[in-house]
Write a protein that binds this ligand. Sequence first.
Ligand SMILES: NC(=O)c1ccc[n+]([C@@H]2O[C@H](COP(=O)([O-])OP(=O)(O)OC[C@H]3O[C@@H](n4cnc5c(N)ncnc54)[C@H](O)[C@@H]3O)[C@@H](O)[C@H]2O)c1
Length: 258
Amino acid sequence: MRQRFARKTIVVTGAAQGIGEAVTRQLIDEGAFVYALDIHRERLVQLSIELNKAGPVMEAVAVDISQRDSVDAAVDHIESKRPIDGLVNGAGVLFPRSFEAVTEKEWADTFNINVHGTFFVSHSVTRRMILRGCGVVVTIASNAAATPRMNMSAYCASKAAVAMLTKCIGLELGKHGIRCNVVSPGSTNTAMLAAMAGHTDERHRKLIDGDQNLYRTGIPLQKIAEPEDIAKAVAFLLSDEANHITLHDLVVDGGATF
Ligand SMILES: NC(=O)c1ccc[n+]([C@@H]2O[C@H](COP(=O)([O-])OP(=O)(O)OC[C@H]3O[C@@H](n4cnc5c(N)ncnc54)[C@H](O)[C@@H]3O)[C@@H](O)[C@H]2O)c1
């Protein structure tokens, strides 16, 4: 395995499962020390016990990213130990609901976590990066940020917001040597997808084949992504291999939103 992140300290939010967990594993395999942030404390602790068996490679930090004070305290704690080289904004929620049925609470929760949470973490971390004149941010948005999807209005709007937020941060902070990019996954085999579409082969087949009733065209590569497929794209943008890439949106969806 290459060691693109040797001696690097990376913060990953939403690290307890799914795509964030895959990113955490990939970065550690390539030499990083990861601060794994998530609201799901027990799962974080399990992951930390597993990954730290052969020596310290990650620290679990249980935090709700929608709470500004908790985020600032977590980032203060991390920075008191090691300077943060990179940030992956992975935490997110999806409440599948028709526009007519969506509640104000679901709308607010979606924005509080997906948008405000990403803002709080990015704001707190990049403040320190500015002082050092270097840093990298990758935000995991969605191909649903740019392609309208049925029953996902709050989610699509929130992902459009964080994708643009990330590009604007990149625009303003480029002069401080900070790169900011977006990874936009399509359907990926995680708990979030299972909650929306179910886990069965038949339901995955429907996503792959497309559904005219839902205005979905299907997935030309004929498969659902694994979390590791997304993690590889995130790691590339975080790494020095991407050192002249910023304000980019890398769509990783098997061609679904051509
Ligand atoms: N799975 C997909 O098909 C898909 C497609 C496109 C984009 N995405 C995006 O990828 C990212 C990861 O999704 P996933 O599929 O791995 O989902 P997931 O539900 O498996 O994981 C999301 C993680 O975020 C954490 N989280 C939720 N609210 C939080 C909060 N307030 N504070 C801290 N952590 C919180 C959860 O505990 C969980 O560990 C999300 O931003 C999601 O929107 C997923």
